[in-house]
Design a protein around this ligand. Structure first.
Ligand code: UDX
Length: 436
């Protein structure tokens, strides 16, 4: 089957490459000539483990191509995916649907055969209805159906998530749409990945509900961690203890500095906007958004405390290890590291940082931070070393070398990746999240 993927960003590129790998004939389309040029040269515009090899092999076999020409790209495609960005609209948190509607108009204008138009971008409830209206208004004589098919890919694990999904959600209003989507996902269906057919509005809401629920789970354990610190409990034991209950489940119960990234912050805000528009408030998500936002600066204050307090922090030095919102990505969007660095900088602290992939993206966001070429350069002369992102490379730091290089042996581990006894027996003062 020929598939067109409009938008070759994170979601479009990963989905396009995986569909090609399943044997479909895929064209990835993007307006950005420089991005398409990079892809033609085999250079990935984003960092995602395994993506370059997947793209390379499918380009070689001829099943994956790239173009800036939408009319040419969608010709003969039975499924046309819209995978463009839906950033938070400035000022009100609504999802900005400009790009989605623009693509819908262009598709309507150039549609040359019957096709299913699939929104993969995360879009608020009712967007599919508007896309359908735009296509109908275009005067196309071809049969079309507008389907919602949200993605649940995690950065850093996107290819595995695409190929082995917990479920595939398809929101379709007619048999034409359902049949083509069955064909699109047949290789996964044979893998026994469950496909859930629902109506389009339910499908649109499932994506937001899933992300809001996960953000709530994280925020719940983060607040529980704060309580653990007050009452002398250990949040990791609490996580294990509740996670073993099948109704709760063990995942997304790691306490840390707060969630960030391209999805949770944006999608929780957009969900709240929808709830407000329909006068059906979701107060629990309102609280989650507030708690998570204030947590990021609170983590900065936690580091200040380890320095001896804000009053005496001026001129002291902190080494930040990890800047991205999570490991295995170069994505800095809404990373807690930004607020932490800002809080430290406001108190007059000098900051040196190291991140395996994120420093290029981090530089413009934290201009006062000195970027180092390895963790030990950042640690040299530091009064506090703070682990912000749990990259594997920080899991086995040479504690003796750290102790020699640092001014003071103080480790703040915001991801709980060390055993307190190991670090303390190496002579460090050790501060972590939700435990002694
Ligand atoms: C998320 C969803 O998981 C994915 O399904 C959706 O399509 C996009 O948003 P992603 O943003 O890539 O994916 O990262 P994820 O692994 O979910 O982590 C999000 C944030 O939550 C990170 O900042 C991470 O550090 C934090 N997190 C996650 C925790 O603090 N604790 C946890 O237990 C899990």
């Amino acid at each position: 089957m020929k598939i067109a993927m409009v938008g070759s960003g994170y979601v479009g590129l990963v989905s396009g490459a995986c569909f090609a790998d399943f044997g479909h004939d895929v064209v990835c389309i993007d307006k950005d000539q420089s991005k398409i040029d990079l892809l033609h040269d085999g250079v990935m515009p984003i960092y995602e483990p395994g993506l370059d090899a997947l793209v390379e092999s499918n380009v070689k076999s001829g099943s994956l191509t790239f173009t800036t020409d939408l009319a040419e790209g969608i010709k003969d495609a039975q499924a046309i995916f819209i995978a463009v960005g839906t950033p938070s609209r400035r000022g009100d948190g609504h999802a900005d649907l400009t790009f989605v509607y623009q693509v819908a108009r262009e598709v309507g204008e150039h549609l040359a055969n019957d096709a299913v138009i699939v929104t993969k971008s995360t879009v608020p409830v009712g967007t599919g209805d508007e896309v359908e209206r735009i296509l109908a208004d275009s005067g196309t004589t071809h049969q079309f159906s507008v389907v919602s098919n949200p993605e649940f890919l995690r950065e850093g694990a996107a290819i595995r998530d695409f190929k082995r999904p917990d479920r595939i959600v398809i929101g379709a209003e007619d048999e034409f749409g359902r049949n083509i989507m069955r064909e699109v996902y047949r290789p996964l269906f044979l893998n026994e990945s469950p496909i859930l057919f629902v109506n389009r509005r339910s499908s649109e809401l499932i994506k937001y509900a899933a992300n809001a629920f996960l953000a709530t789970k994280i925020t719940f354990i983060n607040e529980m961690a704060d309580l653990c610190e007050q009452v002398g409990a250990d949040v990791q034991d609490v996580s294990r203890g509740i996670g073993m209950d099948n109704r709760i489940g063990p995942k997304f119960l790691h306490a840390g500095p707060g969630y960030g990234g391209s999805c949770f912050p944006k999608d929780t805000l957009a969900l709240l906007k929808t709830a407000e528009d329909y006068e059906s408030p979701i107060r629990i998500v309102e609280a989650v958004v507030k708690v998570n936002e204030s947590r990021k600066r609170a983590m900065g204050r936690k580091v200040l405390e380890a320095l001896g307090g804000a009053d005496t922090a001026r001129g002291k030095k902190v080494a930040l290890l990890g800047l991205t919102f999570k490991p295995n990505t170069d994505d800095m969007r809404d990373s807690p590291a930004i607020a932490i660095a800002q809080t430290l900088h406001d108190a007059g602290v000098e900051i040196a940082a190291y991140d395996p992939e994120g420093m290029e993206q981090a530089k413009p966001l934290m201009p006062d931070v000195t970027m180092c070429s390895n963790p030990y350069d950042a640690i040299e002369g530091a009064n506090v070393v703070a682990i912000v992102t749990e990259w594997d490379t920080f899991r086995a730091l040479d504690l003796n070398r750290m102790k020699e290089l640092a001014q003071d042996p103080v480790l703040v581990d915001l991801r709980n990746i060390y055993q307190p006894s190991d670090v303390r027996s190496a002579g460090f003062t050790y501060v972590s999240i939700g435990r002694d």
